[in-house]
Design a binder for this molecule. Sequence first.
Ligand code: SF4
Length: 344
Amino acid sequence: MNCGDIPYHIDYSPLQELRGASLVVLQLPDGLRAYTHCLLERVKRETGARVVVDADPTYGACDLHYPRLHSILGADAIVHVAHTPYPPDLSWPRVEPEGPPRIVYLQARSKAEPPIEAVREAARILRSHGPGRVALTATGQHVHVLRGIREALLEEGLNVVIPKGVPPYFEDGQVIGCDYRVARSAEADAHLIVAGGLFHPLGLYLATLRPVVQLDPYRGEAVDRTRMFERVYSARLYKVSRAMDAKRWGVVVGLKTGQYRPWLVERLLKLIEERGGEYILYAAESLNEERMRAIDAAEIDAWIITSCPRIPLDDLHHYEKPVLTPGEARMALSGSLTPYIFPW
Ligand code: SF4
């Protein structure tokens, strides 16, 4: 792979902070693995350190592996590419360690940009949802295109806002798979999200229950996802209603660096006890259907995953027992289908 072909603009300037480090771990999303050698050389050159590439997957800034990278490997710094720091109020005690390893985030901006025809199509779809306010959001690698898209939508006569970010965790208009507070703060009537895939648009819909139009920079198209996501929403409500009769719960506690949420676990356990239920606590770093089948038991009626809320939603959506996000579990335990709570 030619390093000039990297499909992202990467800001390497934070590497200056790591001059003098001796062992640096480089963490990349799988989408950038093909260019590992380019980033590796750059990190070596800028820091002067020995660099080890983290071969384990990292799907977000909630998953930095720093305890073992420091205690076993002796890393004194981590370079994490393509995510902003995980919001500390969602994890405990905080995502980043007080001391070593130092963690430096390199932002990666996708070179893929939605064509103007797709933006105009998005405007047409949004108009079909009524004249209200539109919130314009994006995943981290696309936030840099939001201002230009907003200008184009204003020219189309739409009332468009880019919701304010919360630095350093969220840039203006930025969402992550388990946190849509920036989008919700706009109190918009409809949402336009710049993202590839369905992961973030679906989360945005469930967090707002407003029409969601996706502007996909990779496919160069605008698609109204609202109907599709309404069906997912109905299926989630069905799972919540089934879990309302659950007496015995399996509660999964996350062990990834940003996915340990004891405050949330305690709150859910209290709700279970108040309803006369019982629980078994499980601790897991990762969970998929295979592991779920391995740990599941006839005694358990329903599950709550407190680590990553996308596990019940994306990976275990078709599991035969209800597997709920924390927000959905709160609904089931309070015996109410409204309001729908996603994700926490
Ligand atoms: S959605 Fe899951 S993997 Fe992504 S940042 Fe949130 S907890 Fe991490």
